[in-house]
Write a protein that binds this ligand. Structure first.
Ligand SMILES: [Zn+2]
Length: 242
């Protein structure tokens, strides 16, 4: 599997253009020898941006990956294997996703803190993001209360750091929330993955996550919970924007 170089960059904002070489071309995508692009996953959309070589620039759409990181382009015929190019990630979009993603950790942490609600899904967006919360008793949910709790934390001088932990370290640390849910996710990881990146929002939340985050909550504006949807027994889908 190609190394996920975006993981080395924390904070995950202001990604820098990087040089790379075309190693393979599929029907609709360019594969580079190395890429710092975030491939869509874990609820965070993939990066978009441009590939530039010898004065020619092509846009790439949402990056995705399995073994290899794919940069989808409209016309693959303008590229050739061995070609050197500069890849520029759309930094405004990435920054906005890193901000909304970091806020998602706080919303999920507060839902757990207030009502023992587990985050069972999320989809981030530049305009609006959503989080699926699972409750034992969802009648306890109060939109205004969670919004106020989250906004008391956002904007404060709180460090956000990353470190690599083993699954055992993650599952034995009682600061990690919803460990039975986390354990089911960890079970699905390929066996060669020995360490996972853990995001630590000092004194508030510790959570394994491969996405993009800011490095201090002082960089975050408040959230507005724009709407909620009932999603069957025990589940609420909460939408927010920033
Ligand atoms: Zn995250």
């Amino acid at each position: 599997m190609q190394e996920r170089l975006h993981l080395q960059n924390h904070p995950g904002i202001n990604p820098q253009p990087f040089r790379s070489k075309v190693v393979s071309i599929t029907e609709d995508s360019i594969i580079l020898d190395q890429s710092f692009c975030y491939p869509k996953g874990g609820g965070q959309p993939g990066d978009i941006g441009t590939l530039t070589s010898q004065g020619i620039t092509a846009n790439f759409s949402e990056v995705h990956a399995r073994e290899l990181i794919h940069h989808p382009v409209n016309d693959v015929s303008i590229f050739e294997i061995g070609q050197e190019l500069v890849c520029t990630i759309d930094a405004n979009r990435r920054n906005s996703l890193a901000i909304t993603h970091t806020a998602q950790h706080i919303v999920s942490a507060m839902a757990d803190e207030l009502w023992d609600a587990t985050t069972v899904g999320n989809q981030l967006g530049v305009e609006e993001s959503r989080i699926d919360l699972l409750f034992d008793d969802k009648s306890r949910f109060q939109q205004q209360v969670i919004q106020e709790n989250v906004n008391e934390i956002l904007g404060t001088n709180t460090r956000v750091s990353v470190a690599n932990w083993t699954a055992e370290e993650i599952l034995s640390d009682d600061r990690v929330r919803n460990r039975s849910f986390v354990s089911r996710i960890l079970e699905r990881l390929p066996t060669h993955v020995e360490h996972m990146r853990v995001v630590n929002i000092e004194g508030i939340d510790i959570c394994p996550c491969a996405g993009s985050h800011v490095d201090n909550l002082s960089q975050l504006p408040g959230i507005e919970i724009t709407r909620i949807k009932q999603k069957g027994a025990g589940k609420i889908r909460l939408y927010y924007s920033m």
